[in-house]
Design a protein around this ligand. Structure first.
Ligand code: THG
Length: 298
C-alpha cells in the first residue's frame, strides 16, 4: 500500500491557456514560470504535453525540453502522440534515465517506432493500456495488453522497474464500472509484471464535470488508487490539497477512504469538512451513489 505517490505535473500543455499560447509563440517566459511553480508545488516529474503536434512537433518538443531544463532539474515526462517528436525530444533530455516517455500504447505501429527509442534512452516508459481497438473493456483486456507491452519492452532489455502501466481513467459521467475495472487491474499488476510501477491521468475522472467540482473527484480518486499501490499520478500541481495527499500528508483521509473500501461504512453525521467531502465522493466513485453535479450537497 503506497503512502506517497510521485506527482507528474500536467499543466505545461498545448491545450492550456497560459502554456499553450506560450508554446505556440515559442515564448519561454510563461513556460519557465510554470515549471518553477510546479517544482515549488512538490512535483516529482514535469509533463511536457505537446499533443499530436503534426506540423512542428520535432521542433516544438526539443524547444520545450530545453526551455524547462534551463530552470529546473526535475526529471521530465515527454507527452506526445507524435513518434518523431518523441525521438527528437529525447535527443536533448539531459537525464535520460530519470525521464519518462509518455507513452507507448499497445498499438503495433507505436510499439515498433517507440520501443527502440526508449531502449536507446534508457528512460522510464508509460505503457498505456490502449489497444488497436481503443479503450479496453475490462480488467482482463487491460491485463492482456499489459502482457503484450511488457514482453515487447523486455525483449529490448527494459526491466519491469522502468515500466509505468496506465490503466486509463475514464470520466465518472460514463459510470463507475470502468473506474472499478482500472482499480482491479492495479490489484493484478504485481502478478503480471513484478516490480512495475503505475500511473494514471487523474483529471480524466472529472472530465466534463463543472470546473469548481473537479478537484473533489480527483482527490478521492487518488486516495482510492493508493490503496491498490499506484506509484505515480499525472496531477494538477496547482491543487495544494491534492499534492498534500501525494506527499502522504493526509493519512486521516486515506484511512477513512481505505476503510470504506474494506467495507466500513461510517455514519456521515459524524463526519465534517474534508472527511465528509471524501465520504460523499467515494460513494459516487465506487458506484454506491449515482453521479450528479449535486453529489456534494446531497
Ligand atoms: N495518461 C497519460 N498521459 C496523459 C493523460 C493520461 N496525458 C494527457 C492527459 N491525460 C493528462 N494531462 C492533462 C493536462 C491538463 C488537463 C488535464 C489533463 C486539464 N487542464 C485544465 C483544463 O483543461 O481545464 C487547465 C487548462 C489550462 O491551463 O487552461 O484539465 O490519462 N499517460
Amino acid at each position: 500500500m503506497a503512502n506517497t505517490v510521485a506527482g507528474i505535473a500536467e499543466s505545461i500543455n498545448i491545450m492550456g491557456k497560459r502554456s499553450g499560447t506560450a508554446m505556440k509563440e515559442r515564448n519561454p517566459g510563461p513556460v519557465q514560470e510554470m515549471a518553477k511553480e510546479e517544482t515549488a508545488a512538490g512535483a516529482t516529474y514535469l509533463d511536457l504535453n505537446i499533443g499530436p503536434a503534426r506540423k512542428d512537433g520535432t521542433e516544438l518538443l526539443p524547444w520545450a525540453v530545453e526551455t524547462v531544463q534551463a530552470v529546473t532539474s526535475l526529471p521530465l515526462c515527454l507527452d506526445t502522440t507524435n513518434t518523431d517528436a518523441m525521438a527528437a525530444g529525447f535527443k536533448v533530455v539531459r537525464d535520460k534515465t530519470a525521464a519518462i516517455m509518455n507513452s507507448i500504447s499497445a498499438q503495433p505501429e507505436r510499439m515498433q517506432k517507440l520501443i527502440p527509442v526508449a531502449a536507446e534512452a534508457g528512460c522510464n516508459v508509460i505503457a498505456l493500456l490502449w489497444g488497436p481497438d481503443g479503450m479496453p473493456r475490462d480488467s482482463n483486456e487491460r491485463a492482456a495488453m499489459a502482457v503484450d507491452l511488457m514482453m515487447a519492452l523486455a525483449e529490448v532489455g527494459i526491466p519491469n522497474e522502468k515500466m509505468l502501466f496506465d490503466p486509463i481513467a475514464t470520466p465518472i459521467t460514463l459510470g463507475a464500472d470502468q473506474i472499478a475495472s482500472g482499480l482491479e487491474f492495479l490489484s493484478m499488476l504485481q502478478d503480471i509484471a513484478p516490480g512495475a510501477g503505475s500511473t494514471i491521468g487523474l483529471s480524466n475522472v472529472s472530465n466534463g464535470v463543472a470546473d469548481h467540482l473537479r478537484k473533489y473527484l480527483d482527490r478521492t480518486y487518488l486516495i482510492m488508487l493508493m490503496k491498490y499501490g499506484l506509484s505515480t499520478a499525472i496531477v494538477n500541481s496547482y491543487d495544494a490539497e491534492l499534492m498534500a495527499i501525494c506527499k502522504g500528508e493526509r493519512q486521516n483521509l486515506v484511512d477513512l477512504v481505505h476503510g470504506m473500501i474494506d467495507g466500513n461504512d461510517p455514519d456521515p453525521a459524524t463526519l465534517q469538512g474534508t472527511a465528509l467531502e471524501h465520504y460523499k465522493t467515494y460513494k459516487v466513485l465506487s458506484g454506491q451513489a449515482v453521479f450528479s453535479e449535486s453529489w456534494l450537497t446531497l
